[in-house]
Every structure is written in C-alpha cells, then in structure tokens.
Write a protein that binds this ligand. Structure first.
Ligand code: PEP
Length: 245
C-alpha cells in the first residue's frame, strides 16, 4: 500500500530566517495523512533537522561520486550526515543548468542509495516534445536510463514534472497527467515486477497549488506532489498537505 507524499522544493531560495515557516508546516505534517518532505538548500539542512519533528528532510542534488576532488559539489554522504533522508535527482533545472544526463543521474541515484538516501527522480517532457507527440517516448527513455536496476521500492520516488508546467502556472489536463502516470506505472511494473512496480510512489509536479491539488491528487496513480513555488510559504503549502492523502 503506497502512502501518499508531498515534497516541497525550495530550490535556490531560503535563508535561516525563512525557517520560521517550518513550525506551522511541521504541525500540519503531524496531522497529515501523507508524508511531508522539505527539500531545502543544503545550507539549511542541519538547521531544519533541529526544527522538523514530523517532516522528512531532503537535498536537491548530489554528486555522482561518493567523494573526491569536486570543488563546490555536495556528496550524498554529506547530505545524509547533515540530516537528510531524501534527495531530488535529475530535476529539469539541473538537467538544463548543469547539463545533467540520464546516465549521470543513474549514478547519482546509486550513490544516494549507498548512503541511505531515498531518491526522488524527476522526469518530464518539454512543450516541443509534447507538441511533437513524443511525450511517452521521452518519459520511457528517461525512466529506463536514469533508474538503476537495483530498486527496492522504498528507496525510489518518481516525480513526473512536465518542464513547461514548472513555475509557469500552466498545468496539463487531468487526461494528460493520467496518461503519463499510468504509463510510468505500467513501465515500472513491467521492468521490476508487479509488486515492486506497484509500490513505487509517482508524484506530479508543475504549478501545483491549493486550488488544483484536489483534482490532480484524485487521479489514479498520482501519489502526491512535488511542489516548488507553493512550498515556500506555510500558508500556501499547508492546504496542499491537507488535501493529499
Ligand atoms: C518544481 O520545481 O519541482 C516545481 C514543481 O515547481 P513549481 O511548483 O513552482 O512549478
């Protein structure tokens, strides 16, 4: 039985003062029927770990090697050491800003697992790809190449994030979300077997907010959300937490 989840992605936003938002989010998480994760900048993880009693903590990327001469990068072990249980990998902003490819994302997933982190792997199509009717092909390739074979179920979350919906206020129709989430579910079951494939949470991400969350989270095979902008303020994030699960 999958437990729904909502993961907030603060991206490159948030100073220590912004952790004042956490107390109310933590209270909402205590009462929620879903797991709540906050993926904050790495600089805030240890501070968040002191404040969060009911929230899981996540990073937003890690290097694909365990350690070494990579100035400015952060390792999975460092995230784990500072208090994270999750890490977002392959977010489209990392794929674009840092030219991350499926193959290196797969290595990152493996190193995240090595240090006990659960990987939230993001996949999604551009608007051009959707208009060219190759969305499912793109998603299938990203799934195949960015997810290692050694999935346990517990250690992986997939986030379907159409790139054109991120931060734009645009969202796909329920039919479009349903088509992709069902495709992901069938692909996971086909590759990993029915039981394991069925157990993996598939989140929707892209302009989710308090108004659209009920409709989106009611779609079969949508197991919650990955939320950017609306996770920064407790007053916007809490209605989403309360609606999922
Ligand atoms: C995201 O960055 O993962 C995201 C879904 O952002 P937003 O909710 O702002 O579209």
């Amino acid at each position: 039985m999958r437990k729904p989840m909502v993961a907030g992605n603060w991206k490159m936003n948030g100073l220590r003062a912004n952790l004042s938002e956490v107390a109310a989010i933590d209270q909402a998480a205590a009462k929620a029927n879903c797991d709540v994760i906050l993926c904050v900048p790495a600089t805030l993880i240890s501070q968040l770990a002191l404040k969060a009693k009911n929230i899981f903590i996540g990073g937003q990327t890690c290097h694909n090697e365990a350690s070494g001469a990579h100035t400015g990068d952060i390792s999975a072990e460092m995230l784990q050491d500072t208090g994270a249980q999750y890490v977002i990998l392959g977010h489209s902003e990392r794929r674009i800003d840092h030219a991350e490819k499926d193959e290196s994302i797969q290595q990152k997933v493996l190193v995240a697992w090595q240090f006990g982190l659960k990987a939230i792997v993001c996949i999604g199509e551009t608007l051009d790809q959707r208009d060219s009717k190759i969305t499912l092909g793109v998603i299938g390739k990203q799934l195949l190449n960015s997810i290692p074979d050694s999935v346990s179920g517990e250690n992986l979350v997939i986030a379907y994030e159409p790139i054109w919906a991120i931060g734009t206020g645009l969202t796909p129709t329920t039919d479009q979300i349903s088509e992709v989430h069902n495709f992901i579910r069938v692909s996971l079951e086909h590759r990993f077997g029915d039981q394991l494939g069925h157990s993996i949470n598939i989140l929707y991400g892209g302009s989710m907010n308090g108004k659209n969350v009920v409709e989106i989270s009611a779609i079969p095979n949508v197991d919650g959300g990955l939320v950017g902008g609306a996770s920064l303020k407790a007053q916007n994030f809490i209605p989403i937490i309360e609606s999922i699960g």
